[in-house]
Ligand binder design. Structure first.
Ligand code: PLP
Length: 441
């Protein structure tokens, strides 16, 4: 594409994006397509000859846009929604243009060092200790996988060389609660703990892991010849945003010499607010922690911030330098050493630009506004006689259901009513909400 054509399309696209941000109401929040619609609308083979970009953009609007679910829509209330803020979108444009591949310091000194700086800023904003070194992965699932790989490396000397064989054959165990995210179990499956190697610890009535049960479980397992490797605590669980008692869990992990990983993927940024600092209480004693700016810091997917005071263990688990990647230059961080990926995108640029664009004060205002909205909505639910809240609202998620005063309801008929209600609400295209089950309901 020549530069004049690139400019023309670039300007048109920026205008298109600005209009998209200005008028989210033009689109139904939940895509109204059926499975297979897009596939059927597209040719089965790539074109033999190149096509004009105008035609490609027309097809983008005509064919692709109807299949888009609009996460930026103000009516998007499902999952952990995150809107893509403008400075981050511009940063992504630059990152694509610069095409930085930050595997080694020398293949992108800027991406390597900006990652360190921006993650340091975020860490300090959340009040985590300066001993926590950060690295960016794409998602929390991958951050947790790396945390548990490091935990396994530390727990089983020689693992890196010998694998899960020989003298280290005792079953490995990982502890989390029934409210932990499924990424913990996926990591366990991948790392050789096995699904059965995950022990789910009972929770209290507010969906928080019970520390005494954790202590008992670890002791039972040791007595039975099992090797306890790691505990995953969650700060902001997926269903109700409950917060595990990290200070007590940290005591147990220190005593039992097991790795404590904290999944603060969603709730971590709340700690930027002084009045919410306590959400990360005890996390200064964690062995690793993940927080996702793509969940609650206005960063378009993907950007997951992983912190640990033991980055040398992560390196021990992951570094391997073939001849063609050897470098002779000084004391530098090579990001390929801290993970399974070799090539890495310049994600730090969007974090740095967003932190600078809003400033700490602007971010605090936005987060406080989100908490205020959730509290206001929870108040509305509490005031309605036909609805009820079904979990505390410590942060920005409100779990509620319909429970009409009139009529006789069984647990099953109430479930059916709520299923029909959420489907009907989502079919309006005005809002999109997602569901969960608590105690099977
Ligand atoms: N941890 C928690 C608590 C989550 O709620 C989620 C997703 O919602 C994840 C981890 C996984 O996040 P990701 O999509 O970044 O892997």
């Amino acid at each position: 594409m020549d530069s004049a054509t690139f400019r023309a399309h670039g300007h048109r696209l920026i205008d298109w994006i600005a209009d998209y941000f200005d008028h989210p109401e033009r689109y139904p929040v939940l895509a109204r397509v059926k499975p297979g619609d897009l596939r059927a609308a597209l040719p089965p083979r790539a074109p033999e000859q190149g096509e004009p970009f105008e035609r490609i953009l027309d097809d983008f609007e005509r064919l692709i846009m109807p299949g888009v679910t609009h996460w930026n829509q103000p009516g998007f209330f499902a999952y952990f929604p995150c809107s893509a803020c403008e400075p981050a979108v511009l940063a992504e444009l630059l990152a694509a243009a610069l095409n930085q591949q930050a595997m080694l310091w020398r293949t992108s000194p800027a991406a390597t060092e900006l990652e360190e700086v921006a993650l340091g800023w975020l860490r300090d904003l959340m009040g985590l200790p300066s001993s926590f070194e950060g690295v960016i992965y794409d998602t929390a699932s991958v951050s947790t996988l790396h945390a548990l790989a490091a935990a396994r490396e530390r727990a089983i000397p020689g693992l890196r060389e010998h694998g899960l064989t020989g003298s280290n054959r005792s079953p490995l165990r990982l502890y989390c609660s029934e409210h932990s995210h499924s990424s913990v179990e996926k990591a366990a499956m991948l790392l050789g703990f096995g699904h059965r190697g995950v022990r789910k610890i009972e929770c209290d009535a507010e969906c928080r892991m019970k520390p005494d049960r954790l202590g008992e479980a670890i002791e039972d397992d040791r007595a039975a010849g099992v090797t306890p490797v790691a505990v995953v605590a969650t700060v902001g669980t997926t269903s109700t945003t409950s917060i595990d008692p990290v200070p007590q869990l940290a005591d147990i992990c220190v005593k039992q010499r097991v790795w404590l990983h904290v999944d603060a993927a969603y709730a971590g940024p709340a700690a930027i607010l002084p009045e919410q600092r306590s959400v990360l209480a005890g996390c200064d004693r964690a062995d690793s922690l993940v927080v996702n700016p793509h969940k609650w810091l206005f960063i378009p997917i993907d950007l997951s911030a992983f912190y640990t005071p033991h980055m040398e263990v992560v390196r021990q688990a992951f570094s391997l330098t073939p001849e063609y990647l050897k470098t002779s230059g000084g004391d530098v961080r090579n990001l390929m050493d801290t993970g399974i990926q070799l090539g890495r995108r310049f994600r730090a640029l969007k974090l740095w630009m967003v932190l600078r664009h809003y400033g700490a004060a602007g971010i605090r205002d936005l987060l406080a506004g989100h908490l205020e909205l959730a509290a206001r909505f929870a108040g509305w639910v509490d005031d309605l006689s036909d609805f009820e809240r079904v979990a505390p609202v410590p942060l920005s998620v409100v779990c509620f259901r319909a429970r009409p005063k009139a009529g006789e309801w069984t647990p099953e008929s109430l479930d059916t009513l709520n299923e029909r209600l959420i489907d009907a609400v989502n079919a309006t295209g005005e809002v999109f909400m997602s569901h969960t089950k608590l105690d099977g309901r």
